[in-house]
Design a protein around this ligand. Structure first.
Ligand code: SAH
Ligand code: SF4
Ligand code: F3S
Length: 465
C-alpha cells in the first residue's frame, strides 16, 4: 500500500515548472540503480528541474540507495544526516530516498529521519513525478507497495553519450540465502522484446554505440512472458532477445549482465560466439568454489557445472574475458572450503572478481544461522582473496601486451586531459593519446585501433596502431 501522511510543512498546491530549482542525485549500488537514477534524472528535468552544480546547493536531493551489505546501508544514513541538518535551516529543501534501502525500511525511515519528504522503492522510479506532485501538495510520501512497472515512457538523462544501460528484466525470483535483492526488487518482470528494441533504436539514433542489457538474473529474461515455439521452447529467452536486437544499425557493441550459472545455456554461448556485436566478456558470479557452501547459499549449481560453462565459453571464444562475484566467510565456511574458492580462481584465471565478506541482511535466512564467522576471519580471508584476484588480473592483462585492440572511446581520462579512455571488447579500461594524426582529437563514440604498450592489473595504455 502507498502510505501518505500529511507533513507539518504544508505547501499549497503543485509548483509551476519555472519555480522548480536544481536537483542532485547520488547513486549507490549496482547498475540497476544507475539505470534507475538516469531515468529519474530524466523525469526531474522534464518537470523543470536542472542539475545542481553541487550537492549542498541543490533544492532537491535524491539518494538512490543500496542495501546489499550493511556498510552500503550505513553509508546512506551518514549522507542523510548531513542533509537532514541542512533541511532544518532550509525548509524548502526536498529530500528523497529511493532505491533498495527505501524499499527495505519504508515508513520506518521517516521515523529515523523525519525531515524526509519522499521514500520510494525501486519499482516506483518511473513514478517520481506523480510522487513529487504529492510532496508539493504538502504530503510526506512513502511508496513501497509491490508495483507493476509500467513500460518506460520516460526519457533517461544518461551519464554517458556512448554506452547505455537497457533494463530488460526487473526483480529476481531466486532465493539465495544471503541476498536481500528479491525482497527489495520484487518479482521478475520482463519487458517485451519490441519495447526493448524500440528503446535501442532510439539510443542508436542519438548516437549511442554500446548497450548493456540489464537484469539481476538476466538468464531469467522472458520466463514470465507467454508463448512457446513450435519446437516446444519458451518463446522469449535472452538468446532470442540478443538475436532480436542485434540488427539495430549504429549499435556496435552489445553486453549483458548479470548471468546466473544455474540458467546459463549452451545456446546462449553459441549466440554470443555467432553474433559479432556481442562482446567477448561474461560476468558470471560463482560466489563460492565449494559445493556444500553453494548448496547452503541455494545457488542451484555445482562448481563442476560452473567450470563446464567457462570451458565452453573459451572453446567458442578463446580470448573471452570472464569476471565474477565472490563471497567469503559465509556462515559456517571452513578454511578448507574457503581455499576451494581461491583454488577455483587460480584454476580458471579471472579477468576481474568483485569480492565481499559475507554481511548478514535483515529478513534473509543465512542471517539467522548460528555459525556466523568473526570479523577477523572475514578481514583475513578478504585480504588474501583480493591479493590473489589482483595477481590473476595482472596475469590476464599480460596477454594484451603488444596486441592491437579495438577501443570504443568513452571520453577524456579525468586524471590526464591529454588522454582519452575507452574499453576493449573484453571490457578492459584503456588509455591512449587524445590527439589524432590530423591534429584534431578523438571523440566519444570513435572506434580506434590501439597498440597496447603498458599493461596493469585492471587497465591498459597504448598508442594509435
Ligand atoms: N544477481 C547477481 C548478484 C547481485 S548482488 C547474482 O546472482 O550473482 C551483487 C553481489 O553482491 C553478489 O553477487 C554477491 O557476491 C554480493 N552479495 C550479495 N549479498 C551479499 C551479502 N549478504 N554479503 C556479502 N555479499 C553479498
Ligand atoms: Fe540475489 Fe541470488 Fe537474485 Fe542474484 S540471483 S539477485 S544473488 S537472490
Ligand atoms: Fe544494491 Fe539494490 Fe543493486 S541492494 S546491489 S542497489 S539491487
Amino acid at each position: 500500500m502507498t502510505v501518505t501522511t500529511t507533513s507539518s510543512l504544508t505547501n499549497s498546491g503543485a509548483l509551476p515548472a519555472s519555480r522548480r530549482g536544481s536537483y542532485w542525485i547520488t547513486t549507490f549500488g549496482c547498475q540497476m540503480n544507475k539505470a534507475d537514477s538516469e531515468r529519474m534524472a530524466g523525469i526531474l528535468e522534464s518537470m523543470g528541474y536542472r542539475e545542481a552544480a553541487a550537492e549542498l546547493e541543490a533544492d532537491l536531493v535524491l539518494y538512490n540507495t543500496c542495501t546489499i551489505r550493511d556498510n552500503a546501508e550505513q553509508k546512506v544514513y551518514s549522507y542523510l544526516g548531513r542533509q537532514a541538518q541542512r533541511k532544518r535551516t532550509n525548509p524548502n529543501l526536498t529530500l528523497v530516498v529511493a532505491g533498495c534501502v527505501a524499499q527495505q525500511e519504508g515508513e520506518s525511515l521517516l521515523r529515523r529521519v523525519p525531515e524526509l519528504d519522499l521514500v520510494m522503492g525501486p519499482q516506483h522510479a518511473n513514478r517520481l513525478d506523480t510522487l513529487l506532485a504529492q510532496v508539493e501538495q504538502g504530503q510526506q510520501v512513502v511508496a513501497t507497495d509491490e508495483h507493476h512497472i509500467l513500460e518506460d515512457i520516460t526519457t533517461a538523462r544518461r551519464d554517458s553519450q556512448v554506452c547505455a544501460w537497457v533494463n530488460v528484466i526487473y526483480g529476481c525470483n531466486e532465493r539465495c540465502t544471503y541476498c536481500v535483492v528479491p525482497s527489495v526488487r520484487g518479482r521478475e518482470q520482463s519487458r517485451l522484446p519490441e519495447a526493448i528494441r524500440l528503446e535501442i533504436e532510439g539510443l542508436a539514433a542519438q548516437g549511442f554505440k554500446e548497450i548493456t542489457l540489464l537484469g539481476q538474473n538476466i538468464d531469467a529474461y522472458g520466463r514470465d512472458l507467454p508463448g512457446i515455439t513450435p519446437e516446444g521452447r519458451r518463446a522469449h529467452t535472452l538468446t532470442d532477445l540478443l538475436h532480436h536486437v542485434h540488427g539495430v544499425k549504429g549499435i556496435e557493441r552489445i553486453r549483458f549482465a548479470t548471468s546466473h550459472p544455474r540458467y546459463f545455456t549452451e545456446r546462449l554461448i553459441d549466440a554470443c560466439a555467432d553474433l559479432d556485436k556481442v562482446c567477448e566478456h561474461f560476468h558470471i558470479p560463482f560466489q563460492s568454489g565449494d559445493d556444500d557452501v553453494l548448496k547452503a547459499m541455494a545457488r542451484g549449481y555445482t562448481v563442476d557445472r560452473y567450470r563446464r560453462i567457462i570451458e565452453r565459453i573459451r572453446h567458442r571464444m578463446p580470448d573471452a574475458a570472464i569476471s565474477a562475484d565472490v563471497i567469503v566467510a559465509f556462515p559456517g565456511e571452513t578454511d578448507a572450503q574457503y581455499r576451494r574458492t581461491l583454488d577455483l580462481i587460480e584454476e580458471l584465471g579471472f579477468d576481474q572478481v568483485n569480492t565481499a565478506a559475507y554481511s548478514p541482511r535483515p529478513g534473509t535466512p543465512a542471517a539467522d544461522w548460528p555459525d556466523q564467522l568473526s570479523e577477523t576471519v572475514k578481514v583475513e580471508r578478504l585480504q588474501e582473496l583480493n591479493a590473489l584476484v589482483e595477481r590473476m588480473a595482472k596475469g590476464r592483462s599480460a596477454r594484451y601486451q603488444g596486441r592491437t585492440e579495438q577501443i570504443l572511446v568513452e571520453g577524456i581520462n579525468p586524471k590526464d586531459p591529454q588522454q582519452v579512455m575507452g574499453r576493449t571488447r573484453t571490457n578492459r579500461l584503456t588509455f591512449f593519446p587524445a590527439s589524432k594524426p590530423d591534429a584534431t582529437t578523438w571523440q566519444p563514440g570513435d572506434l580506434v585501433a590501439v597498440r597496447i604498450e603498458q599493461v596493469r592489473a585492471f587497465s591498459l595504455s597504448g598508442t594509435l596502431a
